[in-house]
Design a protein. Structure first.
Length: 486
């Protein structure tokens, strides 16, 4: 038909293809699965309402002041691991979906099994005494403690999970249930029967839907399974934690599509051959992404590292280590905590035009800028020198406040001179060779003094806080800072 029967215009009609499933609600499959298994999408389950008056029924617009969840204001489910709760913003939010990624063998499964064991144990401690069977585990009177935890292992058998839980001290947790399955439909059915407050999927790459003609781990399977788990969390109020793999480039497998579907994304970083592990939040709809959690891998699992520990800086309880050539300590802010991190540098003979500039745990662009400032304003000849720089302990340092410490480390390595023992440095370096001010200087000074440092180089433009036993040396230019090298 070339002429529109309504307006009479010619060549105004456009073809449109009608898909059979265009009018279907993607959440309907999850709701129907729960109803087919005998569950009411409006009842309370696992500490949250499945749908309530808004999720199972048609959504209704309300004034923003009256917009609350089925349980009223948002609450948190405390995991029992302080560093994990810190990164999450205070704990798991009911109905949220958290994705944890990291390299193979870094400790993702260990962390989640430890947290599941602690939460499952608290449910019994705060409940009433009773037999330890599935149907008579009491509900915890504390709403911040989930009553049951369901740990779904898609890569290991239930016996393997139990053996690892025994090593971690989580095998006796009465509220912890384990399921070894990869079929999403069976996982949803077991979730309905157990009625957990927290559901852990380890790992999401192996979960599949039988009605999809795609292999587990493919983009189609990942998108569909993750989407249905997100719908499940929103409808039931269950906090879902997904463990994901990363690619060779360090990104989450599945072309980053999972990051857009979940509420929070946490990366577990560190070298598997070193003890320290860093848990960093890169996305969090319920908190900040500036916080990090620090752990140490031991034979009994992950151990929390107290806040403010100097990574690679302290030698037991004897205070700061002795002076080393090419090593300078910097108080680095990560969220609300201050960590003293040792920055190391090494210069070696290279070739003009092909000199190497390599960094580990530091911004390579920042390293190139510091080298240019040293050549222009400090008279160092580095065009024919290979420069290597790294941060000790596996912690990635990205803030500009570490510029001065990195500059002194490179200059000290070049001149074969070390900074005095017990001395740190903090400050941003400008392209004009000046040392600029940094944020939260008072907290950095107090932390350096608490850990036994006696001198700290700070920008001259800021008035340092007086701390007993710590001398603050104000430096205005990089040339003045280099004079502190012995």
């Amino acid at each position: 038909m070339g002429k529109c029967p309504d307006c009479g215009a010619w060549d105004a009609l456009e073809s449109e293809r009608i898909e059979k499933g265009a009018g279907q609600d993607p959440q309907r499959g999850v709701v129907e699965a729960w109803r087919a298994s005998g569950a009411d999408p409006g009842q309370m389950l696992g500490g949250g309402a499945i749908g309530g008056s808004g999720a199972a029924s048609t959504p209704v617009a309300v004034p923003i002041a009256q917009a609350t969840g089925a349980d009223g204001p948002s609450r948190r489910l405390v995991t029992g691991i302080g560093e994990l709760d810190r990164v999450l913003g205070g704990g798991l939010v009911p109905g949220s979906v958290v994705l944890i990624g990291g390299d193979p063998g870094i400790g993702k499964s260990t962390l989640m099994l430890q947290a599941a064991g602690l939460m499952g144990g608290k449910a019994r401690d705060q409940g009433t005494k009773g037999p330890r069977d599935q149907d008579s585990i009491p509900r915890s009177p504390d709403p911040s403690v989930p009553s049951r935890i369901l740990y779904v292992s898609s890569e290991e058998s239930a016996e393997q999970v139990r053996m690892r839980a025994a090593r971690l001290g989580a095998a006796s947790s009465p509220g912890l249930f384990v399921l070894a399955d990869t079929n999403l439909a069976r996982i949803v059915e077991q979730t309905r029967k157990v009625a957990p407050g927290v559901l852990v999927i380890d790992s999401v790459q192996m979960i599949y839907k039988a009605d999809l003609d795609a292999a587990p781990g493919s983009v189609a399977q990942l998108r569909r399974c993750c989407a249905e788990l997100v719908y499940l969390a929103k409808l039931s109020g269950i906090a879902v934690v997904l463990v994901g793999h990363v690619t060779k480039e360090g990104r989450l497998a599945g072309p980053r599509l999972l990051e857009h579907l979940v509420d929070a994304v946490l990366y577990f970083e560190g070298d598997r051959y070193h003890a320290h592990r860093i848990l960093r939040g890169v996305k969090n709809r319920f908190g900040t992404t500036l916080e990090i959690g620090i752990f140490e891998m031991t034979g009994e699992g992950l151990r929390e590292v107290p806040g403010g520990l100097g990574i690679g800086v302290l030698d037991g309880d004897s205070g700061p280590r002795e002076a080393k050539v090419g090593a300078v300590v910097c108080p680095v802010m990560t969220g609300t905590r201050c960590l003293l991190v040792e920055l190391q540098a090494l210069t070696a003979t290279g070739f003009i035009g092909a000199a190497k500039r390599k960094s580990s745990g530091l911004d390579s662009n920042r390293l190139a800028m510091i080298i240019a400032v040293l050549e222009q304003h400090a008279g160092l000849r580095l065009a024919d020198r290979d420069v290597f720089a790294s941060s000790v302990g596996g912690l990635r340092v990205a803030e500009p406040a570490a510029d001065l410490a990195l500059l002194l480390a490179i200059a000290g390595a070049h001149h074969k001179r070390a900074i005095a023992p017990g001395t740190g440095a903090v400050g941003e370096v400008g392209l004009g060779g000046e040392v600029r001010s940094v944020t939260q200087l008072e907290q950095r000074i107090r932390e350096a003094g608490r850990l036994g440092f006696t001198r700290l180089l700070v920008p001259a433009s800021q008035r340092p806080t007086k701390v007993k036993g710590l001398e603050c040396v104000q430096v205005k230019t990089v040339s003045r800072a280099i004079e502190e090298l012995g």
